[in-house]
Design a protein around this ligand. Structure first.
Ligand SMILES: O=P(O)(O)OC[C@@]1(O)O[C@H](CO)[C@@H](O)[C@@H]1O
Length: 356
């Protein structure tokens, strides 16, 4: 039972648009030799989102797609729009403003690359070995979600005291014990360290015989600062091959043999819940793992759910088994009780699974 949709009237959403986005634009100006056209377009976009009306250009190449995804928000004030819808559209417009759809240059690539080249990365992954146990690999993938560059824009230090507010890890293990090997789909979130950790978990699932194959769903274009594209999977896999444990080489071989495959779809950048997903998105073979905060918002619906709403109920529109691995960075939550103010700090984490 949902109470109401999260809109830009929420204090948290307001902070994202009024603090995080301007800071992100400042960093983009610093990272790229943008000329007056790009700078003016980015500044105009931020101004429009603060006190303007949502516009869609007549000649936008994806106009029909956005009209199909519109739910009556184009032409209305940004300040009244649902948070998820507005945030997704903001990133679409940002990419247009910097010419991404003409040049293919990922505006966030400098940040993603810096993370993979970070001098501390090799030391941080010093624990990697060939024979990881299930819990270590699962938790690596979960806590990899802390490494979200967009979140860090306002969160500052990631020195948080994470605690699991829901822990269905035993169900996940039992599912694999009862049904493995099964196809496993990752609906990926961030590139960089999170994706490295997801690849490590994927390798563990393949090598332990729990997964028969791995499908990695990426974003079709750069999104929410650090979300993973096909290009980022290649970059991370190359970086992983330099780290201990051999996961990078094994996954490279798995890709060559067709046991690890990449997929993408325009709907992965849609401003809508997975409840509205088209059939050809092709989720639902074996077990599907939804990574991160944004995918959680899209999985359960970006709403203030009534206390007592279960994860099971919120994802009942899906036929198959699903797992959510998420650090809480927004207000949406089902199946656990956490003070609303505590839900946006990145200090809490969850592992949730349905019983299909
Ligand atoms: O999906 P992710 O990377 O875990 O988190 C995305 C995020 O940083 O962006 C949104 C606010 O901009 C929130 O949902 C969340 O804080």
């Amino acid at each position: 039972m949902r109470a109401s949709v999260v809109t830009l009237e929420s204090a948290f959403a307001h902070q994202v648009f009024h603090e995080r986005h301007p800071e992100m634009i400042r960093r983009l100006f610093d990272a790229h030799p943008y000329g007056p056209a790009e700078r003016t377009a980015l500044e105009a976009l931020v101004a429009e989102t603060h006190d303007g009306v949502i516009t869609l250009a007549d000649d936008a190449f994806d106009r029909d797609r956005w009209l199909a995804w519109d739910r009556g928000y184009i032409g209305t004030p940004w300040s009244k729009a649902p948070f998820l819808w507005a945030e997704s559209y903001f990133y679409r417009r940002l990419l247009g403003a910097v010419g991404y759809f003409d040049t293919g240059v990922d505006p966030f690539a400098p940040f993603k690359t810096a993370e993979l080249l970070s001098p501390s990365l090799a030391e941080d992954y010093g624990w990697l070995r060939e024979d990881l146990d299930f819990d270590t690999a699962l938790l690596a993938s979960l806590y990899g979600n802390r490494a979200d560059l967009g979140f860090q824009l306002i969160a500052g230090s990631t020195d948080v005291h994470d605690q699991l507010v829901a822990d269905d890890s035993a169900h996940v293990r039992e599912f694999f014990d009862a049904h493995g090997p099964v196809p496993v789909t990752f609906v990926l979130d961030n590139a960089g360290r999170e994706l490295l950790s997801d690849l490590i978990f994927a390798d563990h699932l393949l090598t332990s015989g729990r997964a028969s194959e791995i499908l990695l769903h990426t974003k079709p274009y750069p999104y929410f600062v650090s979300d993973a594209t096909h290009t980022d999977v290649g970059e991370c896999l190359r970086r992983l091959r330099d780290l201990p444990g051999g996961a990078g080489d094994r996954l490279h071989k798995a890709a060559a043999e067709g046991r690890m495959r990449l997929r993408t779809h325009p709907f992965h950048c849609a401003p809508l819940s997975f409840r509205d997903m088209p059939e050809d998105l092709d989720l639902g073979h074996g077990l599907t793992i939804f990574k991160g905060d944004l995918n959680y918002r899209r999985l359960v619906g970006d709403c203030y759910w009534e206390p007592g709403t279960s994860f099971q109920d919120a994802v009942s529109y899906l036929a198959g088994p699903v797992v959510a691995l998420r650090i809480l960075k927004s207000e949406v939550l089902v199946g656990a009780e956490v003070d609303p103010a505590e839900r946006v700090t990145g200090a809490h984490a969850l592992i949730q699974m349905n019983q299909p």
